[in-house]
Design a protein. Structure first.
Length: 250
């Protein structure tokens, strides 16, 4: 009888029905709950739809109007897009050391307007004097390094420019205009410090040129070049074959 008691208990536990326990998710109940929530808060659905269909696309489109661009892609855009122009926002001191890229090969001219933080209105006014139709103008902005180029790009887009691109690295930064120019850019658009240009452009002939001898007349000629000007050839007194001057007996 003692052994039969626990067995009977186990038997009674095994007879408990499991119909109330279900491992499946009641999809119908979830859908009903969602429907009840939307009926109770209809403006929530409208707000989500508005953000998804209107706000996000407009934001993406707006952000695409101003962004960073590599130096090589900026050159390609300047070359291929007739409405694309370049704006140099460096100060006069920087321009005196390193001039803007020369875009004559593209039949374009670089506009130079110095950007100073806190004087946005003055800056925009000067830029608009250089670009009469901003709504149909794309601008590639170059600074000494990255600097304020992206800020200026956003500012110009807000003031009516079609697109504005900040050249990453500027003129002297990492992968900027100077760094890639030797291998990727044409010679005419490359930029060098003005002092270096001055030294390279100085033309002259070496002053240590060898003397030339006229073997027919036995006369030596020497030219001394100084600062690009040459002296007249000088003649030595002719000598006889014996080495005695013909005027010694006079």
């Amino acid at each position: 009888m003692g052994l039969s008691f626990p067995l009977s208990c186990l038997a009674s536990e095994s007879d408990v029905p499991t119909e109330g326990i279900s491992s499946k998710i009641d999809l119908e109940a979830i859908l009903v709950s969602i429907d009840n929530f939307l009926n109770r808060y209809p403006f929530f659905l409208f707000g989500v739809g508005f953000i998804w269909l209107v706000v996000i696309p407009l934001t993406e489109e707006y952000l695409q109007k101003y962004k960073f661009i590599s130096a090589i892609n900026a050159f390609k855009k300047l070359r291929n897009d007739p409405i694309c122009q370049m704006l140099d926002i460096r100060d006069k001191r920087a321009l005196a050391y390193l001039d803007s890229p020369n875009l004559k090969i593209l039949n374009k001219k670089v506009s130079q307007v110095h950007f100073v933080e806190g004087k946005d209105d003055i800056f925009v006014k000067e830029v608009l004097e250089n670009f009469r139709e901003p709504e149909s103008t794309t601008v590639c902005i170059i600074d000494h390094f990255d600097g304020n180029s992206l800020k200026v790009a956003e500012l110009l887009v807000k003031n009516g420019f079609k697109e504005a691109y900040a050249i990453r690295g500027g003129l002297r930064g990492n992968k900027g205009w100077q760094e890639i120019q030797e291998s990727l850019l044409p010679l005419s658009v490359r930029v060098y410090p003005k002092k270096k240009n001055k030294e390279q452009n100085e033309s002259g002939i070496d002053a240590n040129q060898p003397e030339e001898e006229d073997t027919d007349s036995g006369i030596k000629r020497s030219e001394q070049i100084s600062n690009g000007s040459a002296t007249k050839p000088s003649q030595l007194i002719p000598q006889t074959q014996s080495g005695v001057s013909p005027y010694s007996n006079v």
